[in-house]
Design a protein around this ligand. Structure first.
Ligand code: AMP
Ligand code: ZN
Length: 466
């Protein structure tokens, strides 16, 4: 009996067994993508890595996945309350370039980082600015349905029209209205949100379009409802993002789509919890943040960060420290070296018992810490090399650590030294200690030191020996 895939659905607030909406068709997956007014930080990549793991686990379970991700290159205001400036225009001013230029620059940087982290590219990466007519058509329908009102600065969604508005976040609406006074401009209530904002009459924006309501630009949430519907249909399997999206962005995506087509957009709503640094949220707006490049500059393999993320469950926050990254880098290096030391046999197949153990954990709401532990147990255990190698290579379809592609840093170990080391490892495994000692002495005489590791061995040239 295969282990069912169980995922935590934030809409129902419970673990649910996953079943695709269309048994034959691909699983529809929509993940909210980057806002490209700046680089993405490693916190953002924790969420993208969680989504990548989800996609890999869906594939592990035999599903085809159709993955759509948006790129927010317009319409994201500096405040969730729909006041403030458009972040793109602000970012452009800061960089001394046009909004279009910085969007292209940061989108490319994002794509480069995805590759560095071995995040599988989405099937559709769609820019908000390439979908303005679809967003306008969406708003026109909302207006026809009576879900909108106008103010001097834009067209707003009237959240009072939906009795279940805010269900995803379990919003306390009356509490919000009665609560602290926030500046809501001309909006009727704090939860109402912009669908279309008018360009200020006095100035020309770099990014603006004509619409039935006048020249302006779309609000942030409408792009996801419009593009998700365009590429995945009215109701699809899974929608993801970071935990910050629950109360505003995803709540509003659901409101718009329910108003237009009557569905709550996705069957499962899943959220990655934050990467924090020194117990504070890592955020672009907070100024200091770490890019993937900053890790590379310090000599880390970007996949050490991936390994670090795998060591924490996606539904708990993860505190980033350099010590934690060091530990992850060591774990990754050892796993790769251990894998590399395994004798290859192309004909070997993965071991079904180990695969079942691994599956039980990844199918338990993506329990990657446990799945990683299974990989270590296998590597350190006494299964034959070829079985270990074939099984771990399969696990790596989910883990994404490039175990098979990795090559040890070149130190030109001569073939006869490698052969001696393998012979010694085999002697140790057979508990033939005198032979193991003899081979170690032989290696030393040849100028090599061998370090035994649970997962294999490492070879180093002895210092002072030519
Ligand atoms: P943004 O570019 O700000 O829209 O963020 C891109 C993705 O990263 C979204 O899914 C956010 O929810 C997520 N995110 C933002 N900050 C963090 C963080 N510190 N840790 C994890 N995910 C984050
Ligand atoms: Zn979104």
């Amino acid at each position: 009996m295969p282990v069912p895939l169980v995922l935590y659905d934030n809409y129902e607030r419970s673990l649910r067994e996953f079943a695709p909406l269309a048994p034959e068709g691909p699983v529809g997956l929509y993940t909210c993508g980057p806002t490209v007014y700046d680089y993405q930080h490693i916190g953002n990549y924790r969420t993208f890595l969680f989504e990548d793991t989800l996609k890999r686990v869906l594939r592990w379970n035999g599903y085809r996945v159709r993955h759509v991700m948006n790129v927010t290159d317009v319409g994201h205001l500096t405040s969730d309350a729909d006041t403030g400036e458009d972040k793109m225009e602000k970012g452009a001013r800061r960089a001394g370039r046009s909004a279009w230029e910085i969007a292209a620059l940061y989108t490319q940087a994002f794509i480069d980082d995805l590759r560095a982290l071995d995040i599988l590219p989405p099937d559709v990466l769609s820019r908000a600015t390439d979908h303005i007519p679809e967003q306008i058509a969406f708003i026109v329908d909302l207006e026809r349905g009576g879900y909108t009102y106008r103010t001097p600065d834009g067209v707003y969604f009237d959240t009072s029209r939906q009795a279940d508005y805010g269900y995803l976040a379990r919003l306390d609406k009356s509490g919000l209205e009665a609560g602290k006074r926030v500046d809501i401009g001309d909006k009727k209530r704090s939860t109402d949100f912009a669908l279309w904002k008018f360009s200020p009459p006095s100035s020309t924006r770099q990014m603006e379009w004509d619409s039935p309501w006048g020249r302006g630009f779309p609000g942030w949430h409408i792009e996801c409802s419009a593009m998700a519907q365009q590429y995945l249909g009215d109701f699809f399997d899974i929608h993801c993002g970071g935990e910050d999206h629950i109360p505003v962005h995803h709540t509003n995506e659901i409101a718009q789509t329910e108003a237009r087509v009557g569905t709550r957009l996705a069957n499962f709503w899943m959220h990655g919890y934050f990467l924090i640094a020194n117990d504070a949220k890592m955020a672009k707006s907070a100024g200091e943040f770490l890019r993937v490049q900053a890790l590379v500059d310090r000599g880390y393999d970007p996949l050490a960060f991936r390994y670090l993320c795998l060591t924490g469950h996606y539904r708990t926050q993860l505190n980033f420290t350099w010590e934690a990254l060091d530990a992850a880098a060591t774990g990754l290096a050892r796993m790769r070296a251990g894998f590399h030391a395994l004798a290859a046999d192309d004909g070997a197949a993965g071991d079904i018992d180990w695969v079942a153990r691994f599956t039980a954990h990844v199918n338990d709401d993506l329990n990657t810490p446990r799945a990683l532990a299974v990989a270590w147990d296998l590597l350190r255990g006494d299964a034959p090399d070829a079985v270990k190698r074939a099984t771990l290579a399969r696990f790596d379809d989910v883990l994404g650590l490039r175990l098979a592609a990795w090559r040890p840093p070149r130190q030109d170990v001569p073939a006869e030294i490698e052969a001696l080391a393998q012979a010694r490892r085999n002697a140790r495994r057979a508990k033939n200690w005198s032979e193991a000692d003899r081979l170690r002495a032989e290696l030393r005489a040849a100028g090599w030191e061998m370090e035994d590791r649970a997962e294999g061995y490492a070879l180093k040239r002895r210092s002072g020996v030519a």
